[in-house]
Design a protein around this ligand. Structure first.
Ligand code: DP6
Length: 395
């Protein structure tokens, strides 16, 4: 019996992946770029155990057993890893042995954050460690077949998923643009919006967009290639102004495509729109772009902000969107926020303007997570295992 435990990060797209040209292989119609978030605040954790004595493959997700169905994304990923293990692996574990897999997210599913990306990246990375397969471009094609956005979570920092041209998908790979150390003061505030509605899953939503949106082709053919080049340059030169503008525009265009879908996919809610307006007003008051928003297939906002500007942004967010929560540790999670002088630098005139913004809403968020750019997946020692003798700890 041999076991491996790993953690993998969440990534948030700056230029969105939306639309497939091949459903099963998960081949996208456009390139995308994301930033990987630190695993200290958000991550998936997976243990994979292989044994000669296991009779069948089994998996537990957040403690609940999930079926290993023929033809599922899970089975496809396992088969693909086995193929690579036979070519590249050390053969210390035979791919013919059955595996037991346990995976958990360290953040509530209710947060509606990209759990499938971290989950599949962690699964594929853990299997790769088990069979001694190197982390290379080919491995990203396996994670991609679990969930498209998962291929970007195999690297830290800033990552591009290249759509590729080939019909077999072998060139549809993720590649790093810059490591987390390149722009270490890039921070994120995730505003987890109170919302109980069930969203249209990304897989179905993007399928409907490809079938019905007239705007999506223009986006894929004309807009995204230009934006990829501009954003790559902005990341390379740590140009926050360009970074922020492209990120916000691309989020807006993705939601415009979602609305151009028939029937429309509505992911942002009233609070999301208030947050977007707030960011624009705030940047106006500050005299340059100090924050950028992006929204995925749900109402939560990710605000990108440089570390030195976090205290003033958070202060403004909390002025405009006050919370009645008296438990500040649960309300404001993640990295601590230094009591920096720049809150005072805003000046009274700006504070008055912020206080009079008409987008204000009370108790608009469940909580706020403060995190930053982070590194890719890594292996943990055996003490962190989620399986004992191949069974979940609590069984
Ligand atoms: C809006 O990767 O979840 O978050 O490939 O069907 O599993 P599937 O979709 P998924 O889509 C993510 C869409 C997005 C944008 C992005 O992450 O690029």
């Amino acid at each position: 019996m041999i076991s491996v435990t790993c953690v993998a990060p969440v990534n948030i797209a700056l230029i969105k992946y939306w639309g497939k040209r091949h459903e099963e292989l998960i081949l996208p119609i456009n390139d995308s770029i994301s930033m990987t978030l630190s695993t200290d605040e958000l991550c998936a954790k997976t243990t994979v155990t292989a044994s000669e004595t296991f009779e069948r493959n089994r998996m537990w997700l957040n403690g609940e057993e999930v079926p290993f169905e023929e033809g599922s994304r899970l089975t496809r990923c396992l088969k693909e890893v086995h193929r690579l293990a036979l070519i590249n692996g050390s053969q210390k574990v035979s791919p013919s042995w059955k595996v037991h897999i346990a995976s958990v997210n360290n953040f509530p599913t209710a947060a509606g954050l990209a759990s499938s990306a971290a989950g599949y990246a962690c699964l594929v990375y853990s299997l790769a460690r088990l069979y001694d397969i190197p982390l290379d471009e080919e491995l990203t094609t396996v994670a991609r077949q679990g969930s498209g956005s998962a291929c970007r979570s195999l690297y830290g920092g800033f990552v591009q998923w290249h759509r590729g041209e080939l019909t077999n998908g072998s060139d549809s790979v993720a590649k790093p643009i810059a490591s987390s150390k390149h722009w270490p003061n890039m921070h994120v505030l995730i505003l987890v919006v109170n919302d109980e509605r069930k969203k249209t899953a990304s897989t179905k939503g993007m399928q409907q967009s490809v079938n019905t949106s007239q705007l999506i082709r223009h986006r894929a053919d004309k807009v995204v290639p230009e934006r990829i080049a501009q954003l790559t340059e902005a990341i390379e030169s740590r140009d926050f102004q360009t970074f922020a503008e492209i990120t916000m525009k691309d989020s807006n265009q993705f939601h415009a495509i979602a609305l151009d879908t028939y029937p429309p996919c509505v992911y942002m809610n009233d609070v999301s729109h208030k947050i977007a307006s707030f960011v624009h007003e705030y940047n106006e008051i500050m005299g340059s772009l100090h924050a950028a928003y992006t929204f995925d297939a749900g109402p939560n906002a990710c605000l990108y902000v440089l570390e030195e500007n976090v205290p003033e942004l958070l202060n403004a967010v909390q002025r405009v969107f006050p919370s009645d929560s008296d438990d500040s540790a649960t309300y404001l999670r993640g990295l601590s926020v230094p009591k920096a002088d720049n809150i005072h630098r805003i000046g009274d005139a700006a504070k008055t303007k912020i206080d009079s913004l008409d987008v204000s809403a009370r108790n608009a968020f469940r909580y706020i997570i403060h995190t930053k750019v982070g590194e890719g997946p890594r292996e943990l020692n055996d003490e962190n295992s989620l399986l004992i003798n191949g069974l979940p700890l609590d069984n």
